[in-house]
Design a protein around this ligand. Structure first.
Ligand code: ZN
Length: 339
């Protein structure tokens, strides 16, 4: 499972099934500095009839870090991303850990079950159970400090189920961790099988450009990579509203094979349309854009104004089920965020 971003592939679109999310910027807190996480409280989904819960001191800091690119600390990246251990998820529980063979310098992180469990417990304290039913695997990964903080991907055994991956080296800052976990939830909500019925042909032939092209060409709506989006799915509406007129320009950049020029061109694209994106990372793709906008929807007050970036946040307010979910997530977060 390869994180989608960070990789440039010489096909007409990304043929990748995982969606990574960068850290806002790696932090270099030692593990011992992990904040105390209060006892897990069960996530709730009570109907909302009033203003959602708020804890602006926390959400303001989360958004400030998201906009600025994170804490200004040194990255210390490895050459590649390594999986340390994968758990199956049964209900709320982590079971059957599978330990990869890793070099001795990674064994402390591989064996740090306390942190593995703490991050999982925090995720399930944040996210109501019905919103994480599709997640059946949880992997502890690392690419060092910085780089990827977390990612989601279809599991290798079932295209309808998803895996959550978290880089243990980047879990010390709960502002960044919270933002990224809810960005990943944004992927699950916008790319899950009820929104985007996954293509079995693409899933079974992840490296076959011809099959991908066939499937994408046969799709009358937006094709995010996992399959053909339902006509009234969030991502199809989002694409039609915000991406239809810039997609061709973006796709040219996406075809760039050389990694340096890819990032250079993507940067130019972002600055050209800066008022359209909530963060620079959002310009990576429609899929990252909607996940970033979803995270801002959760943490920001309902915005006013005409800028397209604000309209992208307002976009989610038109769906009552998402407004209700936002209130649950905020309430859970305000209760569970570590002191
Ligand atoms: Zn992402």
């Amino acid at each position: 499972m390869t994180p989608r971003i960070k990789i440039v592939i010489a096909s007409f679109v990304f043929l990748i099934i995982a969606i990574g999310c960068s850290t806002l910027l790696g932090d270099d807190l030692p593990e011992s500095s992990h904040p105390e996480v209060p006892a897990v409280q069960e996530a709730t989904t009570e109907p909302v009839f009033e203003e959602p819960p708020s804890c602006p001191v926390i959400t303001d800091q989360i958004l400030a870090l998201a906009v600025s690119g994170g804490e200004d600390v040194e990255e210390n990246l490895r050459d590649s991303e390594i999986t340390l251990v994968t758990y199956n998820i049964s209900g709320d529980e982590l079971i059957d850990p599978y330990y990869e063979n890793v070099s001795s310098d990674l064994q402390d992180q591989q064996n740090n079950v306390e942190i593995h469990q703490q991050v999982w417990d925090y995720f399930r304290a944040l996210v109501p159970a019905n919103e994480r039913e599709g997640i059946r695997e949880y992997s502890i990964i690392t690419d060092g400090q910085g780089g990827t903080l977390a990612a989601v991907a279809q599991t290798q055994s079932d295209l309808n189920l998803w895996a959550l991956q978290v880089d243990i080296a980047d879990t010390g800052n709960y502002y960044e961790l919270t933002y990224t976990l809810l960005h990943e939830l944004g992927h699950l909500i916008t790319l899950g099988p009820d929104q985007v019925p996954p293509s079995l042909a693409v899933f079974n032939n992840p490296d076959d450009d011809d099959i991908y092209f066939e499937e994408a060409s046969a799709c009358p709506d937006y094709f995010p990579g996992e399959g053909c989006a339902n006509p009234h799915s969030y991502i199809n509406d989002f694409y039609n509203q915000f991406w239809a007129d810039i997609h061709e320009e973006w796709n040219e950049i996406n075809l760039e094979e050389d990694s340096d020029s890819y990032y250079e061109k993507l940067d130019e694209f972002y600055y050209k349309y800066e008022d359209q994106f909530v963060t620079s990372y959002a310009a990576t793709s429609p899929e990252e854009d909607i996940a970033e906008a979803f995270a801002f929807f959760i943490f920001s007050p309902e915005p006013a104004g005409d800028a397209i970036a604000k309209q992208k946040v307002l976009f989610f307010h038109q769906y009552p089920e998402l407004v209700e979910l936002r209130a649950s997530l905020l309430g859970n977060m305000c209760n569970s965020f570590p002191e």
